[in-house]
Design a protein around this ligand. Sequence first.
Ligand code: HEM
Length: 196
Amino acid sequence: MNPAVVKALAWMLLAVPGLWMLWSFSQGEVLAMDMLHPSGEMSIRLMILAMLPGPLSDFFGSNRFFRAWLAIRRNLGVAAFGYALLHLAFYILDMRSVAAMLDELGLPGIWTGWLALALMIPPAAISFNLAMRRLGRNWKKVQRLVYLALIIGLVHWVLLDWAWQPALVHLAPLMIAWILRLIGRGRRNRRQRSMA
Ligand code: HEM
């Protein structure tokens, strides 16, 4: 399929949950507070989905499926940032005043959310082609901030829920993919040494 079509389809699919959240809220079916969980969770899930194809295609080898997944990796990352902004918008609507937001800024469960969002800004800001070309090797370095954003986003989740399980369940596929990548690299290195 044409890459432009794949990307357009990806944008449409990625927008559906957000539009549903906004629609339900605008109809008064749910409160802003009820949308904090789905918007925050969606942001984390999309970040993870953006991080998975690299290590998985490293281990299993390149094929059409992984190439298509890799091609929409940036869309997934930008959408993760979009859902984090939506999450913030619901938080602001829920809190209703700057004073109330400042009041709870010192809570670990809250400042970790702000920090995770702040760390997502530079990678999202340079996610377009021109920035990629201009920054060259530095582009990847800035993109690495998303790993930190993910970890802090997960800590934010643990601190709010006082439970490790949901965050760990989300982190598990990524841990498995990273372990597979290490196994793959180890195998390749051994093969190269034995051929030398
Ligand atoms: C902009 C700063 C942020 C603030 C002020 C904030 C605040 C909050 C609040 C008040 C909740 C609801 C807790 C409850 O259920 O009572 C929440 C939930 C959540 N947030 Fe954030 N958040 C922020 C950024 C983020 C970011 C950037 C992410 C993802 C990377 C994130 C992920 C989550 C998740 C997954 C939940 C669901 C926790 C749960 O209810 O089970 N948050 N956040």
